[in-house]
Ligand binder design. Structure first.
Ligand code: BYC
Length: 321
């Protein structure tokens, strides 16, 4: 860092501590830019890859009503990825670069999307649990220090609330149905519970980025704090539906007012985020296929934009004569 950068860095930290928003044209330390890029890219990729498990069920939704809801939800996820990829461009990371990082495995996306959606109940679990976890994580991010990220979060969280609601409603319908449907819901919960609890990232003592990201207002709360909040709000919902949490060690601590859970299998988490989960290869292959088969669309759009720009220049030239 140059000497004048030290002064800038101090002033920058003071702006963050005051709660000012950092905008794309503002000076920012290179390490702040990189830390933001990493988290926002991971977030954008999660939205983008996250469409895949539910997307498989669009053609098999059990009614027109459910199909319409699911279509709208999956489309929303694509929109979230769009906002975030655009916000990333404001930090100097192009769409091509961001995609390149996803396809090469350099950038991560949420562990949860490397599990298969095996039954219709899984669609409900993704909405209720995964979107529920996303809301707990992302509502605070709407106060994050980077303006475009914080503003994208406002809209995203409103849509996630609808996703959460439809997931809960879907599961509620199943548990009110036949014994087979109730069993299907419980079986899906058994598979999605632990990966969802892992979504908040490694325990605080193993979280590499948390301290610095929190100092810079890139994230607002630690991984364990958010995980606990999710558990405290979701366990009563599970009980309300008459389902059971697949954790024999779960107990409510009267003194702290919090639920305590059993040990999380962090080895499984590491395996999955390192690329060796059940669906990692399929997910990346699907995204690579989409990127490659969409090449002609990008080419046509670029050609159209080029022609429009040429026409505009020509018209401006005529007006100036
Ligand atoms: N999965 O230092 P740490 C949605 C990585 S999509 C995979 O604690 P950080 C939806 C982490 O990247 C919503 N990797 O990290 C869409 C780091 O590795 P690198 C997505 C994970 O960043 C469709 C290493 O572990 N929301 O809702 O401080 C359908 C050390 O971790 C995970 C967001 O992405 C994980 N779960 O904290 C339905 C929210 N956790 O990068 C729903 C924004 C950690 O050094 N992101 N890692 O190689 C965040 O808030 C933070 O990035 C995290 C992790 C809390 C996730």
């Amino acid at each position: 860092m140059r000497r004048d950068d030290n002064g800038h860095a101090l002033e920058f930290q003071q702006r963050i501590d005051r709660g000012d928003k950092i905008e794309p044209q503002d000076w920012m330390p290179e390490s702040y830019r990189q830390a933001l890029q990493r988290q926002m890219a991971q977030h954008a990729h999660s939205e983008y890859v996250g469409m895949l498990p539910e997307g498989r069920w669009i053609t098999r939704a059990p009614s027109l009503h459910r199909k319409c809801i699911l279509l709208a939800k999956v489309q929303d996820e694509a929109g979230h990825a769009q906002y975030l990829y655009s916000a990333l461009e404001s930090l100097g990371l192009s769409r091509e670069q961001a995609y390149g990082q996803l396809l090469s495995g350099q950038a991560k996306y949420l562990n949860i999307f490397n599990y298969p959606a095996l039954s219709w109940a899984d669609v409900g679990m993704i909405g209720w649990l995964t979107d529920g976890a996303a809301i707990v994580n992302q509502v605070p991010l709407s106060r994050s220090s980077y303006g475009p990220y914080a503003r994208a979060m406002l809209r995203i969280c409103q849509e996630e609330s609808f996703h959460h609601r439809q997931g809960f409603d879907l599961v509620r319908k199943l548990v009110e149905g036949s014994p087979d449907q109730r069993e299907m819901a419980q079986e899906a919960l058994n598979r999605w519970w632990w990966p969802t609890v892992m979504v908040f990232g490694p325990p605080d003592e193993d979280s590499v980025h948390s301290q610095r990201s929190m100092r810079w207002g890139i994230k607002l709360y630690s991984n364990d704090t958010l995980r606990q909040k999710f558990i405290d709000q979701t366990v009563p919902q599970i009980h309300h539906l008459g389902l059971s949490v697949p954790d024999e060690h779960l107990r409510f601590n009267q003194e702290t007012g919090h639920y305590e859970i059993g040990l999380i299998d962090w080895d499984e988490f590491q395996r999955v985020i390192q690329g060796n989960g059940q669906c990692n290869r399929d997910r990346i292959a699907a995204r690579r296929h989409a990127w490659e088969s969409g090449a002609w669309v990008r080419e046509a759009a670029a050609c159209y934009a080029h022609k429009q720009a040429a026409r505009l220049t020509e018209r401006q030239g005529e007006q100036n004569v």
